[in-house]
Write a protein that binds this ligand. Structure first.
Ligand SMILES: Cc1cc2nc3c(=O)[nH]c(=O)nc-3n(C[C@H](O)[C@H](O)[C@H](O)COP(=O)(O)O)c2cc1C
Length: 186
């Protein structure tokens, strides 16, 4: 796929079919992820792949409950209270796979590096006919001791980017971009 087509065509995908994704396809999007640049070529990323529907359901339930119990004031979660309180709302939209990109090195740049890897991963998934969406709703719970234990994360791994991946189940709306402020300096 043409690069511009991928950049302009990728969407946050919130509906998925139940079709499983073959491991080689997941390995291929991870390989694309690690082509991202990283500070001092540190490559401080690790990938945890979850495909167990029962575990994904549990994380969805636990993450919603945690956000309702202790909403972070920074996140303006009150906007989502009704959604989070709805037992039918699944934060992973029943996607078959969650790839959690984790920072594996204690560097000031590792989160940024992982974020660059995340964008590569999402564009690569799109290029391969898959949908993806970063799920910030999962973040807080994945950082808890309980969340880390559920995933068996090594002690040095810090969750950065929880990204669902799957075969798209519909057509997503295209949110228009606001005109950015651009300062031209001579
Ligand atoms: C850090 C981050 C966290 C996000 N968290 C969620 C989320 O929890 N749930 C969700 O449905 N979408 C989430 N998104 C997707 C955004 O809502 C989406 O990218 C945005 O609306 C623009 O749509 P587009 O990706 O189709 O251009 C997140 C995106 C980012 C970058």
């Amino acid at each position: 796929m043409d690069l511009e087509q991928a950049i302009y065509g990728r969407r946050a995908t919130r509906a998925y079919t139940h079709e499983a994704i073959d491991p080689p396809l997941l390995e291929a999007v991870i390989d694309a992820a690690i082509q991202a640049p990283s500070a001092m070529d540190g490559q401080p990323w690790g990938f945890c792949i979850l495909r167990n529907p029962a575990l994904l359901d549990r994380i969805s339930d636990e993450a919603k409950a945690l956000m309702l119990r202790s909403p972070s004031p920074d996140l303006a979660l009150h906007r989502f209270e009704e959604m989070l309180g709805n037992p039918d709302f699944h934060i992973f939209y029943h996607a078959p796979v969650l790839i959690l990109i984790c920072a594996t090195k204690d560097s000031p740049w590792s989160q940024i590096d992982c974020t660059l890897a995340a964008q590569n991963l999402m564009l690569s998934a799109y290029g391969k006919g898959l949908g993806s969406c970063w799920i910030g709703f999962a973040q807080s719970w994945l950082e808890t001791d309980e969340g880390r234990a559920a995933l068996g994360l090594p002690s040095g791994w810090r969750p950065v980017a929880p990204i669902i991946v799957g075969h798209p189940g519909g057509v997503e709306p295209v949110p228009l971009r606001e005109k950015p402020e651009v300062l031209w300096r001579e």
